[in-house]
Design a protein around this ligand. Structure first.
Ligand SMILES: [Zn+2]
Length: 124
């Protein structure tokens, strides 16, 4: 794939249930969310690349008072994948997600009133 890796490409992939990252075509660092310029080497040109869909919870926080239009409480955190990190909604069937828990990508979550999509991970 040589298409540009931008926000629209990222959210379109999430809507299809795909988790894309961007790989710098100069230093080959991979990022879990869209960036226009590589933060590591300043190269302009990140190509979309499929990310690993399993990882661990790097950090997590409970949103007790949700923003307008959202239902809470819910959990957001940083998920550490083999090749990248990204911020995501994290759901657990029972209890609360904790740092170090294993998670699996579960598609795009459209929870915002404006229809924006966010990555969703569930505890294994
Ligand atoms: Zn780079």
């Amino acid at each position: 794939m040589t298409d540009a890796f931008n926000y629209d490409a990222w959210t379109s992939a999430l809507e299809r249930g795909e988790l894309l990252g961007g790989r710098c075509q100069s230093c080959e660092t991979t990022f879990g969310t869209p960036v226009m310029v590589c933060p590591d080497c300043s190269h302009r040109g990140l190509a979309p690349t499929p990310l690993a869909e399993t990882g661990t919870v790097h950090t997590v926080t409970r949103i007790e008072v949700p923003p307008t239009g959202f239902e809470g409480p819910f959990f957001v955190g940083i998920v550490e994948l083999e090749d990248a990190r990204l911020t995501a909604r994290i759901e657990a069937d029972d209890g609360e997600p904790e740092i170090g828990d294993s998670v699996t990508f579960a598609g795009g979550l459209s929870a915002a009133p404006d229809g924006r999509v966010a990555p969703l991970f569930r505890l294994d």
